[in-house]
Design a protein around this ligand. Structure first.
Ligand code: ZN
Ligand code: FE
Length: 256
């Protein structure tokens, strides 16, 4: 399975999963249909699945048109998103498994950004990297805003993602890394890994290169929204409580 990153809207990424052996494809969070249709035409591949992480329009905006072009496509989303994802046929819960080509993804229920948000985790083949498609829950250097969930829920959701192996590619849905790390430095400025990462990302973005996927191991060391028990973050949040630390850091980011 090859992951092809497509740019969409102003700062979204759509991920096309391509199985060249069977020449079939699946798409994660098609914000819009055009970039997907173009790539499918180029590959001459058949679209068999749409994997949605949550109902926001910048993640499902292409569903309708893709279903029209590929009537056989199966549309997957969270069980709690019933009625909110165009064309949804499969209603997924924590621990469910979904197949694509020769890979099987585990569904992780990650409410917080929305109440129904799910992520898709493909464990590694043999010794390679795993692949995590986490929508707007975990971002590279940040996390999604809490539109429909509580800090407790989001900490629980991010804990699930944080428990995955370091060698997991994080395919999040937006190019927000630079801005996220600018904020991260304001709350975790003595973190040497973070400073190094910021310099690297700045260089990447000055060349207009994508910073996605990132690696979960790097996120664990540098993302303030995975580090609620670190003394540096707790002191920035003026709290010794992990959830309160997370909530206050999230609040600071909302106003950044
Ligand atoms: Zn969203
Ligand atoms: Fe989004």
């Amino acid at each position: 399975m090859q992951v092809i990153r497509l740019e969409a809207l102003s700062d979204n990424y759509i991920f096309l999963l391509h199985d060249s052996k069977h020449n079939i494809a699946a798409v994660v969070d098609p914000a819009e249909a055009e970039p997907v249709l173009e790539k499918l035409a180029e590959l001459k591949a058949d679209l068999v699945a749409i994997f949605n992480t949550h109902h926001h329009n910048d993640h499902v905006g292409g569903n309708k048109q893709l279903i029209e072009q590929f009537p056989q496509v199966r549309v997957y989303g969270g069980a709690e998103d019933r009625g909110r994802i165009p064309g949804q046929q499969v209603f997924l819960q924590q621990g469910d498994r979904v197949e694509f080509a020769d890979r099987i993804a585990e569904v992780v229920f990650v409410p917080g950004h929305t109440r129904a948000h799910i992520a898709y985790y493909f464990p590694p083949e043999q010794a390679g990297f795993g692949d995590l498609f986490c929508g707007d829950t975990l971002f590279s250097g940040g996390c999604g805003r809490l539109f429909e969930g509580t800090p407790t829920q989001m900490v629980d959701s991010l804990s699930k993602l944080r428990s995955l192996p370091d060698d997991t590619r994080v395919w999040c849905a937006h190019e927000y890394t630079l801005k996220n790390l600018q904020f991260a430095l304001t709350v975790d400025g003595d973190n040497a890994d973070l400073k190094k990462r910021y310099d690297e990302v700045k260089a990447y973005r000055s060349r207009k290169e994508a910073t996605i996927p990132s690696l979960l191991g790097v996120e664990k060391r540098t993302n303030p929204f995975l580090r609620w028990e670190q003394p540096s973050l707790q002191s920035a949040a003026k709290s010794s409580d992990p959830v309160q630390t997370f909530a206050r850091i999230r609040g600071m980011k909302d106003r950044f």
